[in-house]
Structure formats: C-alpha cells, structure tokens
Design a protein around this ligand. Structure first.
Ligand SMILES: Cc1cc2nc3c(=O)[nH]c(=O)nc-3n(C[C@H](O)[C@H](O)[C@H](O)COP(=O)(O)OP(=O)(O)OC[C@H]3O[C@@H](n4cnc5c(N)ncnc54)[C@H](O)[C@@H]3O)c2cc1C
Length: 380
C-alpha cells in the first residue's frame, strides 16, 4: 500500500540502476554527468553495498608481472595491453573524479614477491616493459633484489621483489563513501535495503519489482531504462549469462611495532595480495586453494584458507613475528572464463555491466561510462 506522496515522488524514474557497488554508482554518476535532469535511482539490496566493492583490500593496481605474463600466454599481446589500458584509465578516472585525498590514495608502489616458482618471470620483464611503453612512457617493472631484506621477507621463500612504480593503495571505505556522496550531490537517489525481485518488460517501460519488508507488499518501480550492475549476483536476472561467484577472503592483523614495508604486494599471479594499513597488514586471497567451495555467494569464511593465509604470513611475509588476526571477512566477485567484463544490451530497455572479476576497483568507473553511453538518449 503506497501513499499518494510515495506514488508521486518515489516510483517513477528515467534510469533505474540495480546494485549499489562501484559499477552501479559509477553508471548513475555518468548518467547524471551527461543528463543532469534525468531521474536516476540506485536500488541496493543491502544497508550498504553488499558484494565486493566495500569488501576488497583497497588496491589500485593493474596486474603484477606474473599475472601479465599469464595474460600474455592466454590472450596475446594486444588483448593484454588493452586490459592494462582499461585498468589504468579506470584508476585515473576514479582518482580524478573523487579526489586522491578523499579516497585515501597513496602512490606507494606495487610489488611482486618472486619465489622459485616465479623465477622465470625475471627474464621476461623487458618484454612486458616494452609492451607497456606506449602507455606509461617509462619502464613499469624493475627487479629490486635488495628490497627482500629491507622489507623483511623470508630469504628461504622469496628470491627477489619486482617493483611497479605506478600502483598504489586506496582506503576502500572512504572511496565508497565518497562515491555515494558524489552520486547524491549530482542528484542520484540511492535506496538501500531495496532488493529487486524481478523485472517485467512492457511496451513503453520496465517494471522493477522490489521487496519491501515493512509493508510486505512488493513495490513496483517504473523505469524507462534499467541497468543491471549486480556482478556475481546476476544469474537471477540473466540465467543464461556466464558468470560464477568467487569469494575473496581478507584478514587484518593487529598493529606491528616496526612494520618494514609500505605499498601493495602480490604473488602467485595475483592470487595472494597484501598491503600495509597504518601499522597493520591486510592480507587476502587464496581462492585457488579451495576453488569449488569458494565459488559461492555465501558470506562465510573458509577456515582452511584462513589458516593457510595466516601460515604464509608467519613463514614468508612476517617471519619472526607473532601473527594475531583481528578482522576477517569475505567479498564476492563475479568471474567468467575470460577476464573481459560483460557490458551488454539485454533488450531495448535493459542493460548489464557485470562480471568484473578481481579488477572492478580499476575498471568499474569505465564500465559505468560505457553503460551510460549505451543507455542514454543522444543529445539533440
Ligand atoms: C577480496 C577482494 C579483493 C579484490 N581486489 C581487487 C583489486 O586488487 N583490484 C581491483 O580492481 N578489484 C579488486 N577486487 C574486485 C572489486 O572489488 C570488484 O570487481 C568490484 O567491487 C565490483 O563492483 P560491482 O559494483 O560490479 O559489484 P559489487 O560490488 O558486487 O556490487 C553489486 C551490488 O549489487 C547488489 N545486488 C545484488 N543483487 C541485488 C538485487 N537483487 N537487488 C538490489 N541489489 C542487488 C549487491 O548487494 C552489491 O552491492 C577485489 C574484490 C575482493 C572481494
């Protein structure tokens, strides 16, 4: 049962965006930047975004050396360069749009720990640097053997460290608060606790059916166009689309007295990643240790992966220190058989920007811009 006022002011929009993560908010922002008068609402099922965008580790990165070598093998040089360009341009857009200070951006470099298994990569640094030269105009990756000792990594496990001087870190919470703030400043309405149940396409509009817990009646919202930005949770709307959930576990340690490193760190083709946050270490990954269990949309910590990550902190990253984990959580990413996201016109009025894999912080702003271009009426 809706009031007269609710019917007047809350249930009709030009653009309804489903999903309030980086992609949904960026899409709404791009629409308002290009059509300031458009009525735009973002419908988010959680009290705050509840997928990956508030639950990652805050990396502003575009691919470690072993990850890019793997991409070169599977995708070839052109597509690898395209992926890096997309991520790099996306990160620049995020920083410029929201402000580096506002999102806690720190240009403290990216690093990859090279173990025996990755020694092959050292001989291929020049090849990757040459490939990326037209984008960065200088060498991106440099082997820095002295850093292993300076950073305090185990000499039994780590051979050397490869530096990437273009990567940095963000404060994920601040970034998402600012993204929401900016969207609201532009006049986007964000409704949280608004779980979309289904979509009904009619001749001149789409009806978006939203669960409304207090009244128990579903609310029917009328939209000219709809963007699905539901990433790993998209099967409900697009059963035929190829997208699988992948959980990412993140641990935060107690503060250390003399933490020796600053920056964002990866190893094993990006499956593991850690960084400093003030005096703490934030460490995540290990999805590949139990891939079947981790292909889940349930927000549950896998104790086996938790224990293995903690062990890696003890023996390889912080040898000689006692490790106390103070926080742990999972975020849910959406993966496909390729690293390319799905940006698709589903019908005349429904569009999708989903499957951002482990790179949505980097590419989310660009996906939003692309979706906007597909959805918006051309200016006359
Ligand atoms: C641990 C971890 C580490 C990561 N590391 C990096 C990294 O180093 N670099 C990088 O670039 N990216 C990284 N990512 C990936 C990045 O966080 C994601 O790709 C990005 O946040 C995806 O944004 P999104 O808006 O597309 O999806 P999401 O953030 O998942 O947003 C989708 C939203 O849709 C909502 N939703 C779903 N169904 C409905 C419904 N029926 N009705 C209403 N709302 C709905 C969800 O609640 C959710 O908030 C990492 C992610 C994790 C979890």
């Amino acid at each position: 049962m809706l009031s007269f006022w609710e019917k007047q002011s809350f249930v009709e929009y030009d653009y309804v965006i489903i999903g309030g993560g980086i992609t949904g908010l960026s899409t709404a922002i791009s629409i308002k930047e290009n059509a300031p008068k458009a009525r735009v609402v973002v419908l988010e099922r959680g009290i705050f975004p509840s997928g990956a965008s508030t639950k990652n580790a805050g990396f502003a990165c575009f691919g470690s050396i072993t990850e890019l070598l793997n991409d070169l093998n599977t995708l070839g040089p052109e597509e690898t360069k395209e992926l890096v360009t997309e991520r790099w341009e996306g990160l620049k857009k995020l920083r410029n749009r929201l402000g580096e200070k506002e999102i806690g951006y720190k240009a403290q470099n990216g690093y990859e720990l090279i173990r025996e298994a990755e020694e092959y990569a050292l001989g291929k640094i020049d090849e990757v640097n040459d490939l990326l030269m037209p984008l960065f105009y200088q060498e991106v990756f440099t082997d820095k053997p002295k850093l292993r000792k300076n950073f305090g990594f185990s000499k039994d496990h780590v051979l050397t460290v490869v530096e990437n001087s273009f990567e940095g870190q963000i404060d994920t919470g601040k970034m998402m608060r600012r993204l929401i703030g900016y969207a609201c400043e532009l006049g986007v309405l964000l409704l949280t606790g608004a779980e979309v149940q289904s979509l009904e396409e009619h001749a001149g509009h789409v009806e978006v059916i939203v669960k409304n817990t207090p009244t128990k009646d579903d609310v029917r919202i009328k939209a000219d166009k709809v963007a699905l930005c539901t990433n790993a949770f998209s099967k409900k709307f697009l059963p035929d689309i190829e997208v699988a959930p992948g959980r990412g576990l993140v641990l935060v340690t107690k503060p250390f007295k003399n933490l020796k490193f600053k920056g964002v760190f990866h190893y094993d083709e990006g499956y593991y990643y850690f960084r400093d946050y003030k005096d703490r270490v934030i460490f995540g990954g290990g999805r590949n240790l139990d891939p079947d269990t981790e292909a889940s949309t349930e927000f549950e910590v896998n104790q086996r992966i938790f224990d293995l990550l903690k062990r890696q902190l003890e023996v390889m990253i912080m040898p000689g220190h006692e490790i106390h984990i103070e926080h742990s959580w999972v975020g849910i990413m959406g993966f496909g058989s390729t690293k390319k996201p799905v940006i698709q016109k589903v019908s005349d009025r429904i569009f999708a920007g989903i499957r951002l894999g482990g790179m949505g912080v980097a590419i989310g702003s660009r996906i939003g811009e692309r979706l906007m271009k597909m959805m918006i009426k051309p200016k006359v």
